[in-house]
Design a protein around this ligand. Sequence first.
Ligand code: ATP
Ligand code: MG
Length: 535
Amino acid sequence: MGKGRQTSAEPGTALDLAELYQAAVETAADALLVLDEGGRILFANPATSRLFRYAVPELIGLPVTTVIPHAGLEGGVRELVGLARDGEELPIELSMQAHVVNGRHIVAGCVRDIHDRQQAEMMRALLAKRALLRTDIGVALTVGETPQGMLQRCAEALVQHLGAAFARIWTLDDERGLLLLQASAGQYTHLDGRHGRVPLGQLKIGLIAQERTPVVTNDVIHDPKINDPAWAAREGMVAFAGHPLVVDDRVVGVMALFSRHRLTECTLDDLAAIADVIAQGLERLRAEAAMQAKQAELNRVARIVTMAELLASIAHEVNQPLAAMVANARACKNLLRAPVPPLADVQSAVEDIAKDGLRARRIIGRIHTLLEQGRPREDHIDINAVVGEVLELTRHQFVGKRIVVQTELATGRPYFLGDRVQLQQVLLNLITNAVEAMSRVGEDRRQLTIGTTCDEPDHITVHVRDTGIGIEPQHLERIFDPFFTTKADGMGIALSISRTIIRQWDGRLWAMPNGQRGTTVSFTLPRVTHPPQCS
Ligand SMILES: Nc1ncnc2c1ncn2[C@@H]1O[C@H](COP(=O)(O)OP(=O)(O)OP(=O)(O)O)[C@@H](O)[C@H]1O
Ligand SMILES: [Mg+2]
């Protein structure tokens, strides 16, 4: 080590180089070792003592393999595991270099504690994995076409990113108190069997939902909550985690996984976070289903105001008793003409007439009740707001069919005095037709535009423009006839109902082909000049 050599760092100060080496070696943060050719420690600095928890004198003469079991004497840099005096394993980086000093072969080594570095790397990898898992779950919840499809993608993401043997998701049917298995990925993908429908409070899944508490174990074979330890042992399952899916204090389902390796604290944190995201996704699906039910209800109401349909059913139902009454009256007239009228027969015919009369009255009464229910209200209606409501109701169709929607709403206050539900029905009918027309053209050219204008002082115009297949010129007026349809499953009444409704409010409804492609269906409604402040 160059003992005895002098250096002069500053003028007038002579320093011993050996002392400088010693100071550097003793204060070094890394463990420094010198080994003889047999691998025994000849020299160790204080950092070596701190790292392996031996006093320096204890280290001298010790085989280096006592503290670094897999240390070789070859040069180079390697990541290894060191062994502290108390048996703790230490992640280290060892660099060795052979030297010849005074004809003796020695090896100098530097040992660096890489615990913090490894932790940081692990944390980085973990965060990256976590981000990927969350992204996949987020994507799964937005792109799936059906609730089952979405949940299946979530279960697959759990298997892929958390290394689960299999993962499953149940939703809670509140009314029946049943958990229904919706998705299963990994080793088991079937949805039937014992876990297909789990009553609340039964099996571990039912208990998780009932108690709203996550269950986690890294020792499934000995966990009393695991129903089938023999199966777990046979399959080599080590860990189980189950989480309730809760939104606003309501349980909406359960998510669970089995794993062949231990689950760390971080995995459990991830599961808790994901449980929240999935629960919110389920809640969104539920809200959408409710919205669709509302739309179905609107469609049902639309049927009630179908004048053509109603008139047909009145005619059909009332015709029968009327025809019978006429026939019986004629029969009576003939019977009474006889020299001795058969009064019993006459009486029976008159009774039949009375019965048929009552039947006709009941039919009329029923129709009257229907009309009462469907009677329009008169309110100040903000047309722009109604456009927004109907778009909200139909949003799911646009996403599924990749339709781009645009609104061009009038900035003036487009109010009209009429019935909100009827206006919703008209818009719904026109939008449904537009969506159907665009379903038959390529996905890249589906654009729906809904606009309102109040350029005229006395009326508002609403238009629904699509880029669909368009209307044959010879059909342009016929499309408003009751029961005119060009669709295999169409009824051909939506436009006739819509025209009836618009005319009822003194408006007009018409269709025009667009210049390039598709159709614009428009209607006008009288504009109210002084809407009340509150509407
Ligand atoms: N936007 C549109 N683009 C192309 N054709 C249309 C459009 N709107 C309506 N039509 C044509 O008008 C016809 C009548 O429409 P209407 O809505 O009354 O009945 P439907 O859609 O056939 O059935 P449903 O009564 O069940 O809605 C349709 O069958 C279709 O041929
Ligand atoms: Mg239609």
